[in-house]
Design a protein around this ligand. Structure first.
Ligand SMILES: Nc1ncnc2c1ncn2[C@@H]1O[C@H](COP(=O)(O)OP(=O)(O)OP(=O)(O)O)[C@@H](O)[C@H]1O
Ligand SMILES: [Mg+2]
Length: 399
């Protein structure tokens, strides 16, 4: 065993799925599987050892997360990996954690769904000047999660867990976009979406800012697995569209084909309407029962904030050409994503009339964008209407 390594069991609730060495920096050394618990081994790490190392690495908060560097410094962690180990790799999105060998802890003692915690790490990513109040100290000061935006997990007065998200830079548009997307799904009468609500934030300099919050869609009975993790169980070519490999995995796990296509059809079309350019494979997830391992369908649509031209400067909003929009999704060209849609009627354009006054909550300088955003959105609606009438819009030049 490496000098600075310690042994831990990787746990799925109270099931020991493997024994592994973890160094002080949080890297894994040797791994010994518990064959009897093989089905509980993380799907993303099942193919081989390298995949398992990647699964573990991806579990830490990305070091590129906004504010992570300050949070590490202020809490005295050498890296996001050591923060992960120190917090027993606990998350509010699944039921995996690590148990130091020789300790008596159980899932009941540790899990963040029922035990108290203060996500100090998350708090500092949002507000670098946040005071660390030692009286509020709990056993864990960080719940691990993916994503680049500052975020923290909190507990409301009824004990429900919710996540607060911030924004890049000065504007509040990403948070406002989450509210906008929630409103769209509500108007559509679609149920499988994560509802975002407004949240007041204390941001750097102890100033008041605007963010959004959503309740945890996971619990002790429901865990989520990202599409990216699912894709680690199959081989696919680089540059290949990830749509079909993902479909194969989902169907193999027991999802009905129509459940897959209906969800994707709806998500692709609504993402098109709001120009969500970030439906990457960590922004799609499935849910499963952590005890029976039964698949429970897709996680409710989440993370739609990188949409509505949030990163396009005002001067360029008039120059946007729809057939040139690029996304980080199954394929690069946004309008070509529509090729995957089987049932074009699964969104209702008439019910997609939206109220843009929500964007008045942005900082004053950004409010001049509202008429442009409105115009672009209406053009998207018309374009989607043409698509629904049978036009393969990626074949023509719709500008
Ligand atoms: N309501 C929720 N319940 C449970 N898990 C969630 C919830 N919202 C987000 N997550 C988990 O947290 C991760 C990060 O959240 P989210 O995608 O909203 O953050 P982000 O920083 O905007 O991400 P990105 O880097 O993709 O922009 C998600 O990939 C998902 O695994
Ligand atoms: Mg995300």
């Amino acid at each position: 065993m490496a000098k600075d390594a310690k042994q831990y069991f990787l746990m799925h609730k109270d099931i020991r799925v493997c024994l592994m060495e973890i160094t002080d920096e949080g890297g894994i050394g040797s791994v010994r599987l518990n064959e009897a618990a093989a089905p509980h081994f993380p799907l993303g790490g099942q193919m081989n050892n390298m995949k398992f190392h990647e699964w573990w690495r991806d579990r830490a908060i990305p070091k590129t997360r906004h504010g992570a560097k300050t949070a590490l410094q202020r809490l005295g962690y050498a890296s996001t990996n050591s923060a992960l180990v120190n917090n027993l790799a606990l998350s509010l999105s699944d039921c995996y954690w690590i148990l130091p060998r020789g300790e008596e802890l159980t899932w009941k003692d540790t899990n963040l769904f029922t035990n108290d915690f203060v996500d100090m790490f998350g708090e500092i990513t949002i507000n670098q000047d946040h005071e660390i109040d030692l009286r509020k100290e709990t056993k864990f000061n960080c719940a691990t999660s993916q994503g680049e935006l500052q975020k923290k997990w909190c507990i409301d007065e009824k004990g429900r867990r919710y996540m607060v998200k911030g924004n890049y830079g000065e504007s509040y548009q990403q948070s406002l976009n989450e509210l906008f997307a929630s409103e769209l799904h509500w108007r559509q009468g679609f149920e499988r979406y994560t509802k975002y609500s407004p949240a007041k934030l204390q941001v750097d300099g102890n100033m008041e800012g605007f963010g959004c919050l959503c309740y945890d869609f996971c619990s002790e009975e429901i865990e989520s697995i990202s599409a990216w993790e699912l894709l680690q169980t199959v081989k696919f070519r680089q540059n290949e569209s990830l749509y079909y490999p993902l479909k194969i995995v989902c169907l193999e796990l027991g999802m009905k084909e129509q459940d897959f296509t209906d969800f994707m059809d709806y998500q692709i079309m609504t993402d098109y309407l709001i120009t969500n350019t970030d439906r990457h494979m960590n922004n799609i997830a499935v849910m499963r029962n952590p005890d029976t391992l039964e698949l429970m369908g897709f996680a409710p649509i989440f993370d739609s904030g990188n949409s509505m031209y949030y990163n396009v400067p005002y001067e360029n909003l008039s120059k946007i050409k729809f057939d040139e929009i690029k996304t980080h999704s199954f394929i690069e060209k946004e309008n070509r994503l529509l090729q995957y849609v089987r049932n074009r009627s699964l969104t209702d354009i008439d019910k997609a009339e939206m109220d843009f006054s929500i964007y008045e909550k942005d900082i004053l300088e950004r409010q001049i964008r509202i008429p442009k955003l409105y115009e672009l959105y209406q053009r998207k609606r018309e374009s989607l209407r043409a698509f629904q009438k049978g036009k393969d819009i990626w074949k023509s030049r719709i500008r």
